[in-house]
Each structure stands twice: as C-alpha cells, then as structure tokens.
Design a protein around this ligand. Structure first.
Ligand code: GLN
Length: 184
C-alpha cells in the first residue's frame, strides 16, 4: 500500500513513521503530481492557515479535490477538510476551541467497538460543532466527537501519530484496503 503524507508543514514525519511501522509505503507529497498512484493520503496536523496557504501556492488544492482515494486528516488536517475549507467532509469545525488554559492536554477516549481506551493528544485542537447526516462518530470526548468517518474520509481532532498506539492508523489502512479491493 502506497500512502502519501501531505508534507508542506506540520507533523508529516510522525505520520510517515507510523505508516511505515504498519508496513505501508509512505511518501511525502508536496506537488500535485505526487498524488498520482497513491492508495491513500494523510493530511497532518500543524497550522491550518499555513498549510492552506502552501497548498494553494503549490496547486495542491485542486489536485486534492480530484483525489479519489481514502483521506485521513488529523487536527489541522481535519480543519482543512471541513465545510469551510475543502468542503470534503460535512462537518462544522471551530479552530483552537479549547481555550487558553487547556489549549493542549491528553485524555483517554473510548474507541468505537474497542474496550481498550485510546490516549488522545490534543494540541490547540479544533472542536466539531456540527456533523452532517453521513458522518459517523468513532470516538468522543465528553460527549463531543473527536474521531469521525464519512465514507472514504477519517478525521481526528487529536494526534494519533504522537503516541505509540497504532489503532487509528490501522483503521485508516483497513479503509484503504477495502477501497482498493472495491476499485480493483
Ligand atoms: N490550531 C491549529 C490550527 O488551527 C491546529 C493544531 C494542530 O494541528 N495541532 O490550524
């Protein structure tokens, strides 16, 4: 499986390392043509304003809209996929919405269908305020969705690439595997 990691700014190295650990081939994507031949794409956390600006500059915005494979967005990556940015996932997101005191924190999350808690690392995280009908919630924090799926998209408001727990990336790779078989 060949997975691209958008590498214009942010935590792309950590994502690539985790994907490699799970046996996938991870390639850094900075140019539109580098999306060709990929089975999936990760949009990492970082600074969404910076990533958005660079994406526009490199012509990646259009290329991303044309990309048909599974996409996994974390934190800033989730913001970029929302209604107010690329509009590929039907969610309304508030940036930096946990306030100054608790801007960054860790919390145990309950992962859908898994009794083992998942440690969520939240860094100036966005909050999901609204979800459309096609969106499934895979994990919540205090009753608010923090991991969601809509079709071929998975988005997380936290950073699964910053812990040793590979389960969220594994779920993404499962989705890629399913989609690849369907397309074949
Ligand atoms: N606060 C960042 C933003 O709004 C997101 C933080 C992150 O990706 N860790 O872009």
């Amino acid at each position: 499986m060949k997975i691209g990691v958008l590498a214009v700014q942010g935590n792309f190295r950590e994502h690539a390392a985790m994907l490699r650990r799970l046996g996938a081939e991870a390639v850094e994507v900075r140019l539109p043509e580098e999306l060709e031949g990929l089975d999936g794409l990760v949009i990492p956390g970082g600074e969404s304003t910076a990533i958005a600006r660079l994406m526009r500059l490199y012509g990646l915005e259009e290329a991303l809209r044309r990309f048909v494979g599974p996409v996994f967005g974390t934190c800033a990556g989730m913001i970029l996929l929302d209604r107010n940015h690329l509009d590929l996932v039907d969610i309304e997101v508030d940036r930096n919405a946990y306030g100054r005191q608790v801007a960054s924190f860790e919390a145990d999350l309950e992962l859908d269908g898994d009794p083992e808690p998942l440690r969520g690392v939240f860094i100036r995280a966005p909050r999901v305020r609204e979800t459309g009908p096609g969106v499934d919630v895979l994990a919540e924090l205090d009753g608010e969705p923090v991991l969601l799926r809509q079709g071929r998209f998975i988005v997380a408001s936290f950073h699964p690439e910053l812990t040793d727990d590979t389960r969220v990336h594994e779920r993404f790779l499962e989705l890629v595997r399913e989609e690849t078989n369907v397309g074949a």
